[in-house]
Design a protein around this ligand. Structure first.
Ligand code: HEM
Ligand SMILES: *[C@@H]1O[C@H](CO)[C@@H](O)[C@H](O)[C@H]1NC(C)=O
Ligand SMILES: *[C@@H]1O[C@H](CO)[C@@H](O)[C@H](O)[C@H]1NC(C)=O
Ligand SMILES: *[C@@H]1O[C@H](CO)[C@@H](O)[C@H](O)[C@H]1NC(C)=O
Ligand SMILES: *[C@@H]1O[C@H](CO)[C@@H](O)[C@H](O)[C@H]1NC(C)=O
Ligand SMILES: *[C@@H]1O[C@H](CO)[C@@H](O)[C@H](O)[C@H]1NC(C)=O
Ligand SMILES: *[C@@H]1O[C@H](CO)[C@@H](O)[C@H](O)[C@H]1NC(C)=O
Ligand SMILES: *[C@@H]1O[C@H](CO)[C@@H](O)[C@H](O)[C@H]1NC(C)=O
Ligand SMILES: *[C@@H]1O[C@H](CO)[C@@H](O)[C@H](O)[C@H]1NC(C)=O
Ligand SMILES: *[C@@H]1O[C@H](CO)[C@@H](O)[C@H](O)[C@H]1NC(C)=O
Ligand SMILES: *[C@@H]1O[C@H](CO)[C@@H](O)[C@H](O)[C@H]1NC(C)=O
Length: 526
């Protein structure tokens, strides 16, 4: 028996090597955006404005990060670019177009959330840009903090001398060799727009003068330069002053460019440098460990509804590389700690769905299944935590997915958004509103219940695109009278409110709080 326990512990430890301690909204966000998120809509290096969407996204990310100063630890990837678009160095219609992409994508699933801002989205945009055009999969670290004002004007410009570019890249944290490579990695995409740089592109019948002859993230920029057949206007342009790529590429006698001719070297070097570029954050900002593959297990945030003496609790579990023979069981304990309440303590999935991975997930060869659970739980004895057991039915020990041993803990059951009473309301000629219903334990009409409504999408025409938050006091819900010891409170919010970033109830000196409730978890088919 002791031996078996030891083995089990080891096994559980192994099963946890690629998941995280729940709840962790930031890691959950990172996994979602990389493997199941809306940036995937731009796969296949799509053309736009005579360049490509990925070219516009990558330049935006560079210009956001280029304000980093290693000497004093200020600036960097912080979305300050949203306040810097009036600078000559940031001219170009790709800038606003890219930020608009990231702002309006929120109408599908939010890119900006209460706990992760535009700076993370810009970094994710760079990662998707590179992979979309055939480049490497760059690991993502989340946790950038959005600036609230412009940073120093430090983005390099083509007319500046080599020495100033070397100094500029040193300040951003890159050596001369790394500068050469990073510029080649960037200028494998897109080109120079005549209207914005008329002194560089002097031929007015050209709209965008592309740096090389392929839209792909590949070595063509390098090989055409070395073969002296390049069309890169920053190498061969009529105005010698603005031949910055020539000065940079040739600054070490072409040694670095020679080394980048190898596609493997190009891919690896560019992947590493662009990763460092987007991770150049101001001192004091903590990024998560890099995420390079989907987590093995991903639990869906549980939803609750009160119904006739029971809680209807729904959740899900994404399982990477599932066995076709597995049985997945969700188990729970009541709030007294009984393993098996009299109403039962385990259920099988009510449905499953094959996960449709993004281009990044597909390149990594990931496959996964998502299992949905719908538990009916005695509302008096309630639930204190849940976990899962995966039995491959092949004689091997079941894998226990229990959040590193603690289980997925339900901190309290006295305040929750009621996922059945909360409903979408069609409003003719306006769209959709959401009637939010919050359940509070106790017949406490004097309770104060408030929410902070978070709308990720800005209605501004031009950057900065900032989310908005509104604090709302809820009213007693006339259409949902108190029942089973719960009182229901309500408010109606616009359908563009996607999060309740804070839900609070105060009664008799006791405060309950729930954070970062994603409303659209309730409406999966909306
Ligand atoms: C000395 C350094 C650099 C200079 C002077 C420079 C200059 C320029 C200029 C003038 C353009 C044309 C922009 C437009 O017309 O919209 C451009 C485009 C671009 N740059 Fe750079 N760049 C530098 C470094 C970088 C780096 C390090 C990256 C990324 C790693 C990068 C990525 C891009 C991309 C992707 C485009 C194409 C944008 C599009 O097609 O919309 N650049 N660059
Ligand atoms: C692309 O460039 C051509 C001229 O080279 C121009 O006529 C056309 O309007 C441009 N398209 C876009 C979407 O800017
Ligand atoms: C200007 O660009 C057009 C279109 O690429 C080309 O046909 C023409 O030869 C160019 N003119 C000059 C003077 O280079
Ligand atoms: C590169 O090409 C340009 C013009 O296309 C020419 O003037 C120059 O001599 C060439 N350089 C070499 C090293 O072949
Ligand atoms: C060359 O570019 C520089 C910097 O943009 C500019 O000051 C100069 O006037 C340009 N020269 C010509 C002949 O266009
Ligand atoms: C580097 O390559 C460019 C383009 O082929 C060429 O013009 C230049 O002379 C080369 N420089 C050296 C030092 O070889
Ligand atoms: C980053 O982590 C350090 C050490 O844990 C902490 O003191 C600091 O407040 C964190 N910074 C942010 C922005 O959260
Ligand atoms: C409520 O549950 C009881 C048993 O607990 C059942 O008899 C009754 O029919 C249920 N009422 C509704 C409206 O579902
Ligand atoms: C879960 O089950 C309850 C009662 O059986 C049902 O009312 C509810 O619609 C189900 N929820 C989901 C998300 O399937
Ligand atoms: C619910 O739990 C309470 C407390 O444990 C118990 O008294 C009651 O009988 C349970 N209800 C049902 C329907 O099992
Ligand atoms: C509830 O809110 C009202 C008005 O905002 C306030 O006067 C009252 O003191 C609050 N009650 C509690 C219990 O916080």
């Amino acid at each position: 028996m002791p031996i078996r326990l030891v083995l089990l512990c080891n096994f559980v430890g192994y099963a946890y090597s690629s998941t995280f301690q729940w709840p962790n909204p930031l890691l959950n966000y990172a996994d979602h955006q990389l493997y199941e998120g809306p940036l995937n809509l731009f796969r296949g290096c799509p053309a736009r404005d005579n360049t490509t969407v990925p070219a516009q996204w990558l330049r935006l990310a560079y210009h956001d990060a280029a304000t980093h100063n290693v000497d004093d630890g200020t600036g960097g990837a912080d979305a300050s670019i949203m306040y810097e678009l009036d600078r000559p160095q940031n001219i170009g219609e790709g800038m606003i177009a890219s930020l608009s992409d990231f702002n309006s994508l929120s109408s599908l699933t939010p890119m900006v959330t209460p706990y992760s801002g535009m700076a993370d989205v810009i970094a994710l945009g760079a990662i998707f840009a590179v992979v979309s055009c055939g480049g490497p999969v760059i690991p993502f670290s989340a946790g950038r903090v959005d600036a609230t004002e412009a940073g120093p004007p430090l983005v390099p410009e083509p007319q500046q001398p080599l020495a100033s570019h070397i100094e500029s890249f040193r300040r951003q944290g890159f050596s001369e060799t790394e500068m050469i490579a990073l510029v080649a990695c960037g200028h494998t995409l897109g080109g120079v727009r005549q209207a914005d740089f008329p002194l560089i592109v002097t031929n007015t019948s050209i709209d965008v003068d592309t740096f090389d002859t392929t839209p792909a993230f590949d070595t063509t920029i390098v090989s055409q330069y070395l073969q002296n057949t390049t069309q890169d206007i920053l190498v061969v342009g009529p105005n010698v002053t603005t031949r910055s790529d020539f000065r940079i590429f040739s600054s070490d006698g072409n040694a670095t460019m020679q080394s980048l001719l190898s596609p493997d070297t190009f891919t690896e070097t560019c992947g590493n440098l662009i990763q460092r570029m987007i991770n150049n954050v101001p001192n004091g900002v903590n990024l998560t460990d890099p995420i390079s593959e989907p987590f093995d297990y991903l639990v869906g945030d549980p939803l609750f509804a009160y119904q006739n003496g029971t809680f209807i609790m729904t959740t899900s579990l994404r399982v990477l590389s599932p066995s076709t023979t597995s049985t997945i069981t969700m188990l729970w304990t009541d709030r007294q700690g009984s393993f098996c309440p009299s109403t039962g303590c385990s259920i099988l999935p009510s449905s499953t769905e094959q996960v449709d991975f993004s281009i990044i997930g597909q390149i990594l060869g990931a496959t996964a299944e998502r299992y949905f659970f719908n538990a009916t739980i005695n509302a008096t004895s309630s639930i204190s935590k849940f976990w899962f057991e995966i039995n491959d039915n092949d004689g091997s020990d079941p894998v226990v997915v229990d959040n590193g041993g603690s289980g997925f803990v339900i901190e309290q059951d006295s305040l929750f958004v009621d996922s059945i009473r909360t409903q979408l309301i069609q409003v003719p000629e306006v769209g959709v509103d959401t009637k939010v219903v919050v359940a509070v334990r106790g017949n406490v009409a004097s309770t104060n219940v408030s929410v902070i409504a978070f709308e990720p999408q800005s209605s501004a025409a031009v950057p900065p695109f900032l989310p908005s938050t509104t604090s709302i006091n809820l009213q007693l819900d006339e259409s949902n009278p108190p029942e089973g010891g719960f009182t229901f409170f309500t408010t109606t919010v616009s359908g563009s409110v996607m999060y309740l970033s804070e839900i609070t109830s105060i009664a008799d000196g006791v405060t309950y709080t729930q954070e970062n409730f994603y409303l659209f978890d309730i409406f999966p088919t909306f």
